[in-house]
Design a protein around this ligand. Structure first.
Ligand SMILES: NC(=O)c1ccc[n+]([C@@H]2O[C@H](COP(=O)([O-])OP(=O)(O)OC[C@H]3O[C@@H](n4cnc5c(N)ncnc54)[C@H](OP(=O)(O)O)[C@@H]3O)[C@@H](O)[C@H]2O)c1
Length: 303
């Protein structure tokens, strides 16, 4: 029997409705969640991602501290812009869109973001807190995948999850989240990468298979256990003259073939993608709520 297809857009809308209620509650306490997105240069993919993030923030009624800077911006100027947002009490979250132009040290810039406003969850302090199971900001795509699984009724407790891809953005934080002792964790995780021997054998043992490799259609039906849940994180642009934009988006999973074997599967696009921006909104609301709960600690960077 063909798999049920997970509708990422519907799950994202459900989470946004829950967030809207929290935003209203914050506004009653006099707080409007504020996000500052910094874009340097005109990279088309980055412009498109940032436009989507800004639209989502507007729709949620957030305060905007967005800054679009020319590609020629110096590292010092960018650091000074981050510093301003760090010190601005109306801003609860800061995101510097990557990649940055080659003359800027991205690591130095990410380190300059206050961990209390690190809604992308990429600062070493956020990563350390995640590993230790402490409250933190979780990188948005990894967090979105967990929410997608939970809201689709997938049982994580005791499940064997195989993740293909060990990036700091997706695979690693996901492995950390899923192995936490929590209601959204308690899974057993195998984390695979290009040096994994017998990848297909590992994948075929998964109750939940998560592909985050960026290798189009690498997951074939032989790599999937009958009845497994399959989450496709991969997004690769493939030239397609038949499309208006000249390309189409392809996932890591051979969707048409694998959906005949899986029990639940995400499509590309429309699966994991819609959750990523939603979890950015989620982290910004969380940050604003922490400010209300403990204004002094948040200001001193202890929250
Ligand atoms: N939907 C969304 O919102 C969203 C968000 C983020 C990313 N993505 C997509 O997700 C994909 C992964 O993103 P990323 O940033 O994590 O990519 P990345 O930094 O390039 O990492 C890819 C990971 O996959 C592993 N890998 C690649 N090909 C493999 C193969 N054939 N077999 C086994 N492992 C393989 C790599 O192993 P090594 O470490 O050994 O090199 C690496 O760990 C991309 O397509 C990206 O566009 C989507």
């Amino acid at each position: 029997m063909a798999a049920r297809i997970i509708d990422g857009k519907a799950v994202a809308e459900e989470i946004r409705r829950e967030l809207a209620a929290r935003v209203e509650e914050l506004k009653r306490s006099g707080i409007v969640p504020g996000l500052g997105v910094i874009l340097v240069g005109e990279d088309p993919a980055s412009v498109s991602y940032v436009t989507g993030k800004e639209r989502a923030c507007r729709e949620m009624g957030f305060h905007s501290g967005n800054r679009h800077l020319p590609a020629s911006t110096s590292e010092e100027e960018l650091l000074s812009q981050v510093r301003e947002l760090n010190e601005d009490p109306r801003i609860h979250g800061i995101l510097v869109q990557l990649p940055l132009p080659a003359h800027i040290d991205a690591e130095r810039v990410l380190l300059s973001i206050s961990p209390e406003k690190d809604v992308d969850g990429l600062h070493p302090v956020s990563v350390g807190r995640l590993v230790l199971g402490q409250p933190t900001f979780v990188p948005c795509t990894a967090h979105g995948i967990v929410k997608l699984l939970v809201k689709s009724g997938v049982r994580l407790d005791g499940a064997h999850v195989v993740i293909v891809g060990r990036s700091n953005l997706v695979g690693r934080p996901l492995a950390n989240l899923l192995t936490q002792r929590s209601s959204e964790g308690n899974a057993t995780v195998t984390l695979c990468h290009t040096h994994t021997r017998n990848l297909a054998e590992h994948a075929a043992r998964a109750d939940i298979l998560i592909a985050a490799s960026g290798s189009p259609r690498m997951i074939t039906p032989e790599m999937v256990k009958a009845g497994a849940v399959v989450i496709d994180v991969g997004v690769t642009r493939v030239e397609d003259p038949a499309k208006k934009k000249g390309f189409r988006l392809v996932g890591d999973v051979d969707f048409d073939a694998v959906k005949e074997k899986a029990s639940l599967i995400t499509p590309v696009p429309g699966g994991v993608g819609p959750l990523t921006i939603t979890m950015l909104l989620y982290n910004t609301v969380e940050s604003a709520e922490r400010r209300v709960a403990d204004p002094a600690a948040a200001a001193k960077g202890r929250a």
